[in-house]
Ligand binder design. Structure first.
Ligand SMILES: [Zn+2]
Length: 345
């Protein structure tokens, strides 16, 4: 627990020179990916640069220190919290060694229903089935909620390695350039609000479209129970809850939201053997959860919760809707400039 001495030495007030601001950084994956339509991954090389910058130009603290400081004010100047959402295996494989080397604490928010699953998260599986080279039927169909959707892929039914090379940088928030990209975006929007069982069935239908199978990608999987144990070993990485099925909470009844939130907490506590005190809303924009959700989280016994609303944390921030800053796959230098802007801007 080498980091703690340093934390205490640096302890001041949430106030100080950074003008009452602290930052919670949002990561998902540390991996080198061929495609990354949602910009979830930072490469291990870039992540190493980020961690060095955080060590040199900021004060990395635990999320619980930050949450406590909203109450009593004791926090280093330029405090930064590192968080990861979802619970990818690469958090253990690629992120933890770097966090350890520089004694940077982190919180990993895990969607407990995916633990130990061999399959990829559904949004990654869509990427594998639709945005990797290979062949789909020229025309595909899917029925969702009683409505049938039709897509004509035409000549993009065959996705060659050359096409792939020129299109693999596409991001899902940009306009679709090809029928395949459009298919990906529309399927993502159709599947996102479904309940977990229905979504699994629909992804299985999409899987059956792939004429040539589309090989597995074992490193894209979620963490297993054993790996979560290794991840939190040493106390530097804290485990937080992220629901069971990663649903769009705003679509669910209060009772189902309560189940999603409480069961994920209970399951993770069973695995790690301590009280799980932090939570992150899936998707995390304010439209993705309801105001009652915040209440459900508070009553479930969490100390704080993170959204994905962009912003800095201030003394006045709601500890159950802490804003975060999504870190892209940028250079360390660029991150350093962004930090200055967030802290001083
Ligand atoms: Zn998530």
């Amino acid at each position: 627990m080498g980091g703690l001495g340093r934390l205490r030495r640096a302890a001041g007030r949430l106030g100080g020179r950074s003008g009452g601001r602290a930052l919670i950084l949002l990561y998902h994956r540390v991996a080198k990916l061929r495609t990354d339509p949602w910009g979830l991954a930072v490469t291990p090389g870039r992540f190493a640069e980020h961690i060095e910058v955080l060590r040199e130009r900021a004060n990395p603290v635990q999320l619980r220190e930050l949450a406590r400081a909203l109450d009593d004010g004791g926090l280093p100047d330029r405090s930064v919290v590192v968080t990861f959402d979802d619970g990818y295996f690469d958090n253990l494989l690629n992120a933890k060694p770097l966090l350890e080397r520089h004694e940077v604490p982190a919180t990993v928010f895990i969607a407990s229903g995916f633990i130990g699953q061999e399959r990829e998260f559904w949004w990654d599986e869509l990427d594998r089935l639709l945005l990797q080279p290979g062949t789909l039927p020229e025309r595909v169909q899917l029925s969702v909620d009683g409505k049938t959707y039709d897509w004509e892929l035409g000549e993009t039914a065959e996705y060659t390695k050359e096409d792939f090379q020129s299109q693999r940088g596409w991001k899902a928030w940009a306009e679709s350039q090809t029928p395949r990209q459009q298919l990906y975006t529309e399927l993502y929007d159709l599947l996102r609000p479904l309940d977990a069982g229905e979504r699994r069935r629909k992804v299985a239908e999409v899987r059956a479209w792939r004429i040539d199978g589309a090989g597995r990608r074992p490193r894209h999987r979620p963490l297993s129970v054993k790996e979560i144990g290794r991840l939190q070993e040493g106390g530097l990485v804290e485990v937080g809850a992220h629901t069971v099925n990663h649903p769009l909470l705003s679509e669910l009844s209060t009772a189902v939201q309560r189940r999603e939130i409480r069961q994920s907490k209970a399951r993770l506590e069973e695995i790690v053997g301590y009280g799980v005190s932090s939570f992150a809303y899936p998707y995390g924009k304010s439209a993705d959860y309801a105001s009652e959700t915040v209440d459900v989280v508070r009553r479930a016994g969490f100390a704080c919760a993170c959204s994905t609303v962009t912003g800095v944390v201030r003394r006045s921030s709601d500890p159950f809707q802490l804003p975060r800053v999504w870190v892209r796959n940028c250079s360390g230098e660029r991150l350093a400039t962004q930090l200055d802007r967030w802290f001083e801007g």
